[in-house]
Design a protein around this ligand. Structure first.
Ligand SMILES: Nc1ncnc2c1ncn2[C@@H]1O[C@H](COP(=O)(O)OP(=O)(O)OP(=O)(O)O)[C@@H](O)[C@H]1O
Ligand SMILES: [Mg+2]
Length: 324
């Protein structure tokens, strides 16, 4: 059965997705925190997400946007105050959902007196890997993160980057169909960041769905099929990179003739006898061209400024801050 599922926040065409192939689906997820003696915090305001199997999904947003809250709900560590979240069709937190996923928490405190091998074996048991396959599962997880030669080291003897790679190995050891990584490259040097990025790309090649949060926007830009921007618990955008850059981009319209009425968000950047230039958000281009034609003007050139994800992110967040 195919159904229409909106990637929330999208204003363009809906994506046709087979529900059976959805690694993650959330409907109207709200999360309220009620700290004792202090006002409640609404961390998520009715989040709708749909992530198809095989996608590398980048979850970005400012500090406090609600990324970890959402990730904890998907991983079953926290329950939504209302709404629903499913992993491959199973309710988040259920045995079946947990069996499908591997999770790297934002802050991990491992038993650092244990060796890499011992602790990974413990995680293999927790992930219910059959006894006869546990050693092999550990070996292939260590190979994936290139830690085989450190398997006898105690966790406390590993560098931060190695500990982060260990974290990915423990998420991988149960051979999950879905990996949820909360800031996998946080605090890593550029070489270690590249290593983690390569690991993610290799896992994508094996068809594993990867859902990760990050503040490293170039990394997200380079490896994600779908990027979702969360702001104050709400989705601002959720789309492939090109689409996201398109909707957040700036357009320059060069025209001649009388000055038209400027549409919302447009500014007159230059004016001379040879022609004038208007700068405006891409969403307003059609309306502005109509205004130019309405006063008998003629459009000479329409040029789109190609943004980086960093600039697009900045623009979208700034616009959202102005609206709220
Ligand atoms: N256990 C908690 N109790 C009370 N409030 C919480 C709790 N956990 C998170 N919050 C609040 O919920 C909001 C979202 O926090 P969350 O950790 O999900 O953000 P984030 O997007 O992961 O941020 P960061 O990029 O800093 O990791 C914040 O206002 C935070 O203070
Ligand atoms: Mg977080």
């Amino acid at each position: 059965m195919t159904v229409d599922l909106p990637y929330a926040g999208m204003t363009f065409e809906r994506q046709k997705t087979n529900r059976m192939n959805l690694a993650i689906e959330t409907h109207n997820v709200r999360k309220l925190y009620k700290p004792r003696g202090r006002p409640e915090i609404v961390a998520l305001h009715g989040l709708d997400l749909a992530v198809a199997e095989g996608t590398v999904f980048g979850f970005i947003g400012p500090n406090g946007a609600g990324k970890t809250t959402c990730i904890k709900i998907l991983s079953g560590l926290s329950s939504p105050s209302s709404g629903s979240a499913t992993i491959f069709g199973h309710q988040a937190g259920s045995e079946e959902a947990r069996a499908c996923l591997g999770y790297l928490p934002e802050i991990a405190n491992y038993h650092d007196f244990m060796s890499v091998e011992e602790l990974l074996l413990t995680h293999a048991r927790l992930a219910r890997v059959p006894r006869a396959q546990q050693r092999e599962a550990c070996q292939s997880a260590l190979e994936a993160v290139r830690l085989v030669d450190r398997r006898k080291s105690r966790i406390r003897e590993l560098s931060k980057g190695m500990q982060q790679r260990f974290g990915i190995a423990q998420a991988l050891v149960g051979n999950p169909k879905l990996l949820i990584l909360d800031e996998p490259t946080s605090g890593l040097d550029p070489l270690a960041q590249k290593e983690v990025k390569d690991i993610i790309l290799a896992l994508r090649g094996r068809g594993i769905t990867i859902f990760f949060s990050s503040h490293k926007l170039t990394e997200v830009e380079n490896i994600c099929d779908l990027i979702c921007i969360l702001h104050r618990g709400k989705l601002l955008q959720c789309s492939p990179l090109d689409r996201l850059l398109e909707v957040s981009g700036t357009v320059h319209i060069r025209f001649s003739g009388a000055s038209p009425q400027l549409v919302e968000g447009a500014t007159l950047a230059s004016q001379s006898s040879e022609g004038s230039m208007i700068v405006l958000p891409s969403s307003q281009v059609d309306r502005q061209i109509q205004q130019i034609h309405a006063v008998g003007g003629s459009v000479q050139q329409v040029a789109t400024e190609r943004l980086t994800l960093e600039l697009a992110f900045f623009n979208l967040i700034t616009q959202a801050e102005h609206r709220s």
